[in-house]
Design a protein around this ligand. Structure first.
Ligand code: OAD
Length: 262
């Protein structure tokens, strides 16, 4: 492809051209990328988790202190759901982008491991992981035991007797510092940011696309709904990520093929 060639007027082709011309690409994902795997989002009106459950009770340190058993059982049921879920074509397309682009890093707000199971290797988990556990008092890591899955109360730490909790970020808690530093660093250097399946209302994650733009990166948003990210983006690709991303990969591969021929 000719580097000076004009951008296509077709948004999908233009997005592929941007990816193709960028040496560093970052992708920020949210719950929407896992929706087609059957993992519910948080804020979709009928099906979102926060439409049915109270985050103050289930996803805050105070809620855990008040009712550790309730929180534990809720996370065990979410863990079982995540384990049964399979990566969808959107996850697989992102893993493929990592393989075909020179530098591609995924920053996810999701606590599931579907990106990794789809083959992505460079994944930064901003909000932790539902498959890992640690002591809520001393922070010691904990290996989940089969009997814990059906237990009414969380297991206790062998070192300090504190309750064991999922290694996820709850409301009011800071993000894991290492993940945050890496995410900011990658974002400050990227030429293109792909934003996929996030409502863009939870900070500091929602700040990353703003930072990318401030550094001159081109923003591409993939979402069935037009939200704050679409308003910020240079290119809005409207539709489910399981449909749009494989098409984007196909066009990016074609674009890279053209590039190598010229
Ligand atoms: P939200 O539930 O806020 O937003 C999900 C987004 O996915 C919405 O913009 C939907 O339109 C979009 N969506 C739905 N189906 C989709 C599909 N098939 N393909 C692409 N997009 C689709 O989820 P997040 O933005 O991830 O935090 O929420 C951010 C954080 O809020 C979460 O990480 C969680 C939550 O509270 C913590 O747990 C700390």
């Amino acid at each position: 492809m000719d580097e000076t060639a004009p951008m296509s007027t077709d948004p999908l082709t233009a997005a592929a051209q941007i990816l193709c011309r960028s040496t560093r690409v970052v992708c920020l994902t949210g719950a929407g990328v896992s929706a087609e795997s059957g993992v519910p989002t948080f804020r979709d009106a009928q099906t979102g988790l926060w439409a049915q459950f109270d985050p103050e009770e289930l996803a805050s340190p105070a809620g855990f202190q008040r009712n550790p058993g309730l929180v534990w059982r809720w996370y065990m049921s979410r863990l079982a759901m995540v384990e049964q879920a399979q990566p969808n074509p959107g996850h697989r397309a992102l893993a493929q982008l990592e393989r075909i682009l020179p530098h591609f890093v995924l920053i996810t707000q999701n606590v599931d491991d579907l990106h990794e199971r789809a083959g992505s290797q460079r994944v930064i988990h901003l909000h932790g992981s539902i498959t890992r556990f640690r002591c809520s008092q001393c922070g010691a890591p904990y290996q989940l035991q089969p009997q814990d899955r059906e237990a009414e109360m969380p297991p206790v730490c062998r070192l300090c007797n504190g309750w064991i909790r999922p290694d996820v970020v709850w409301f009011g808690e800071p993000l894991p510092p290492e993940a945050l530093v890496q995410a900011w660093d990658e974002t400050g250097q990227c030429q293109a940011m792909l934003v996929v399946g996030t409502s863009g209302v939870v900070y500091p994650a929602a700040q990353l696309p703003v930072v990318a733009r401030e550094h001159g990166a081109t923003l591409i948003d993939v979402n069935p709904e037009k939200g704050p990210m679409a308003d910020l983006a240079d290119i809005f690709l409207q539709g489910p990520s399981g449909v749009i991303l494989p098409q984007l990969v196909e066009k990016t591969i074609a674009c890279r093929g053209d590039q190598h021929e010229t």
